[in-house]
Design a protein. Sequence first.
Length: 339
Amino acid sequence: MAARKDTIPDDVLISAWERCNFSPAAVARELGTSERNIYSRRNTLIAKGIDLPTVKASTSPISRSTYKKVINCEMRDGVVVVGSDAHIWPGPDTTALKALLLVTADLGKAVRMLIANGDWLDGASTNRHDPFGWQHRPTVKEELDCVSDAMHRWRMAAKPARTGVRSIYTVGNHETNFERRLATQVPMYEGVPGLRLAEQFPEWDLTWSCWLNRASKHPVMVKHRQANGVHAAYNNTLKSGVSMVTGHTHVLEVKPWGDYRGRRWGVQTGCLADPTGPQFEYAENGYTPACAGFAVLTFKDGRLLPPEICEVIEGRAMWRGQVVVDDHAEYLAEQETTP
């Protein structure tokens, strides 16, 4: 028979509350009564001035974020290179990734910061898309090894030992799948070394977003995603009131806007992946506004100048009027390939 709520001594209930880690359901099971009775009894104790919280404020997971909410950076003069949506699988570098490394190296000492703006990790085996037939997908380890290698080579192109360039990784939705799958399916492995995404990329500061010159009159927000749709860049800068740089949509564009607050831009950073690559077979070879490339932000006296983009068209990476990588022959061959 379940214990009546009024037969449980106060000290027994309080002790059980602590022992059961502030869980009313666990207390009810331990004391052999209903959860409803436990809540009713707690209200009685509260009336006596004894508070029994349902969580420990100092240790509750609710009080912790998986990643930093924001990193604030001052950028007076220099260049920030932003590349997103690499969705890296094992294999040769894409045209856009080759161009990213070359342009970063060419910009030299002007580069002050690299921002990997989300979805460098595809997570083919941890995302929500089922494979198409017997499609071979890389393992998590294969992907992590390739992403780590590419991001390291990007840093080396900026010569961090000489330039002191800072590396920031704004987390995308595909990266979150990495830890979400572990947390939901094998929660007992929490705390085991090596299972946190940040541990895979120790050279990079992981965060949800990055403010550039937050305290100035012309701040810039960089994060993986915000608005969606054909007008994403326009809506991002219009509604945020600041220049905003995002990835996620795989669209590559710079949308200027101006009002009484001045000139600003909505920037979408395209994708470093090949938009028709095997990662995106779910698109069924449909037409798409996706475009490979990346963005370069130049600051002068703390003010963002008109953003520039490096765009890949039919296997040729265009940068400031020049073809910096020419994979056109490979592009044409790829159009003719069959499984």
